[in-house]
Design a binder for this molecule. Sequence first.
Ligand SMILES: [Mn+2]
Length: 377
Amino acid sequence: MRLVHFSDTHLGFFEYARIDPETGLNQREQDFYRAWWKVVDDILSDPPDLVIHAGDLFHTPRPTNRAIRVASEGLKQIGEAGIPVVLISGNHSTPRIRATGSIFETLSLFPNVRAAFRGVYERFRVGNVAVHCVPHCATEEDMQAAFEAIELDAKAELNILVTHGSWQGRTAYSMGEFSEQRIPDVEALLDVRFDYIALGHYHRRVDVSDHASYSGSTERTSLNQRDAETGYLRVEWKAGELRREFVPVPSRPVHRVELRPTPDAGPSEILAALEREAAQTPEGAIVDLALLDIRRETYLKLDLREVDRLFEKALIVERSVQLRNDDSEERTAGEIGSLTEEFERFVVRRDMLPDDRQRLLKLGLEFLTAVTEEQGE
Ligand SMILES: [Mn+2]
């Protein structure tokens, strides 16, 4: 018995205004489709006995026609190849209002495709395998009820649980999302033992026990996952023994650059250091640039368009800034990335007398603060 366990494909995810010149699609949206097709192609070229998707097939509960099309085409091909597929819905793909219906209802029309998405326990028998599904549920109580409803199939060769959430509520397997569910210690709760537990939700491949695993996601939805490998699991039983093999799926590289300039370094020194970093950046990478301990004055003088130009091989530069807190210079109001920052940046780079600059800054920031507060009311 061989199975492919994958999860968190987040079809329809997109970010950044970057278009693939060939397809005209958002580049990141395309990345997620490419990862999906890699798994589908692998499944077709080395067919397992069963495919399990443990949730977050789509990024949103109301996916676009394009995302639906990509998912349908892949599932159709797998199903038509005679490979059974079991899907569950995760927190990203479950509509909050049941009346809107679910795309999973449509997907389960394909031959060999079964889906659990109704927020209750469902069991599917696939050959000799009983697949117990607890998808994302509307409430904590519904979820508890779903787990309590599980009944192992004594006649099945294998009993497999598929569910989506943070394993035993541990923060280590949390995605920090408001809607996430905490999976109870279901084996203790029911006094049973599954042959395998296929988990979805956490975007890193982790074996949480000798027979329970997160497969991880196939692409990264956040910079926090920059060091996470993307891929899926091939699980098989050989002479009754469970074996798990992680198969990597290529994803867009995330390149972390941390720069901590010395207190007397000016904008030109910082740009020179960034130029050296830019030379090491992989083509098409998302650059996760952290400017640490930088003086506010220096940061405001830094030409950000020049920074982007240095990293022109990258897809995008995502900046985060941590200002020095022992700064003796007079601090001005305003947050990095805000309108006030834009204003300060403008004034600091103008050629004018220091006294005039201070007066202009003070007045301008007072006005901006007043206007922003008014809008907030
Ligand atoms: Mn997810």
